[in-house]
Ligand binder design. Structure first.
Ligand code: PMV
Length: 363
């Protein structure tokens, strides 16, 4: 598929007013995306677990607008977040519509009222851009399906991922599940820089219902946004090696996901997390998103793993929170370790129990 394949063509059908609601999840990368070129093209391929409980539910009410020259217009929308008008989120969404209107020109023919809510607390340090952008993308595709009923489910998912990517790179990985690859890679059939694809090989059962408990170490807004962080990979002294390494790690993890070598999984996933943060530590300007308790938790996980011959491991996002990953078969003992030990390192003892999920759901 090329970019031009996503430009809307059909004018067969008309839709006056339409209300659609989608729920789409967050995701957690195992091999990380950090560094991009315009327009949201990743410098390396990445792969993630789609989450289940951390999600955004978005309703869009489309009402036909009275316009003569739609092509000259900007998208017209109102935004409500958790029941309240949210004008401070509008510029980001306006920029998203500017980017996608080339592919979905029909959005200019409607006034949109967007109402969104997250299943996770707003100030939890959990990035909501992946679930938020993918939910809007799915709503746009529901309108597109009304206008062109011939489009297939496969195309809808692909284009939704393509659109979501233009809002936030990692959002391209939030349409499907349980494992999604985004970024062109010679060893992953069908992979593309333009959209995420479902991991195309048989996944070892050890990864079924894999658990992710998110330890909320720091709920404050990040000091450095991921947009700034990605940009700091331009002229970064280790950037090229990092992109090569990530692509090698993707090839490696593809084998691991198929053969179930969990020790190799732990090693690769933790190394990826620390490498992501190493890129931040070695940027210019440099910055640190981990907090003292992030490191305390990592050390406790390592001790626990050693003492109990456990398969617990961690990964990190661009923030201080720790994602604790473990097989479903070890859920009972690891949950009590989290509750009795790790929770003390979280803000107000807060953590969120999640697991691998299956992607976007119509509501
Ligand atoms: O999608 P963005 O631009 O917010 O970047 C996300 C980057 C990481 O979460 C740190 C890594 C990833 O692959 O999700």
């Amino acid at each position: 598929m090329n970019t031009s394949d996503f430009i809307f063509q059909s004018k067969d059908k008309k839709a006056d007013n339409l209300t659609v609601t989608w729920q789409t999840p967050s995701n957690i990368a195992l091999v990380k995306y950090w560094g991009k070129s315009e327009p949201q093209i990743p410098k390396n391929a990445s792969v993630s677990f789609t989450l289940n409980n951390c999600h955004t539910t978005t309703k869009i009410e489309f009402t036909k607008r009275d316009v003569l020259m739609a092509s000259e217009l900007q998208a017209d929308f109102e935004l409500f977040f958790e029941g309240k008008k949210k004008d401070d989120f509008k510029p980001k969404i306006a920029k998203f519509f500017e980017r996608v209107k080339e592919y979905c020109p029909y959005i200019l023919e409607y006034s949109m009222v967007i109402s969104s809510e997250n299943s996770f607390p707003h100030s939890s340090g959990i990035a909501s851009s992946a679930s938020g952008m993918s939910a809007i993308a799915m709503c746009l595709m529901s309108l597109e399906k009304e206008l062109n009923p011939n489009i297939t489910k496969e195309f809808i998912n692909q284009k939704a991922s393509f659109l979501a990517r233009l809002g936030s790179g990692s959002a391209s990985r939030s349409i499907e599940g349980p494992i999604v690859v985004w970024g062109s890679h010679s060893e992953i059939e069908g992979s593309s820089d333009l959209f995420g694809i479902k991991f195309p090989y048989k996944i070892h059962p050890i990864f079924d219902n894999y658990q992710d408990t998110i330890l909320l170490v720091d709920k404050d807004e990040k000091q450095v946004s991921s947009t700034v962080g990605h940009n700091l990979m331009h002229n970064h002294p280790y950037a090229e090696n990092r992109f090569t390494q990530a692509n090698e790690n993707l090839e490696e993890i593809s084998k691991i996901l198929q053969n179930g070598d969990i020790k190799a999984f732990i090693n690769l996933v933790e190394s990826e997390a620390l490498t992501l943060h190493a890129m931040m530590l070695t940027s210019n300007p440099y910055f640190i998103l981990m907090k003292p308790n992030t490191l305390e938790i990592i050390n406790r996980i390592w001790e626990y793993r050693q003492e109990n011959n456990s398969n617990i491991c961690f990964t990190l996002d661009a923030g201080a929170n720790v994602h604790v990953l473990y097989p479903n078969s070890e859920k009972t003992e690891i949950e009590s370790f989290i509750k009795n030990d790790l929770a003390a390192y979280c803000q107000k003892n807060h953590y969120i129990c999640d697991s691998v999920g299956f992607g976007a759901r119509p509501m």
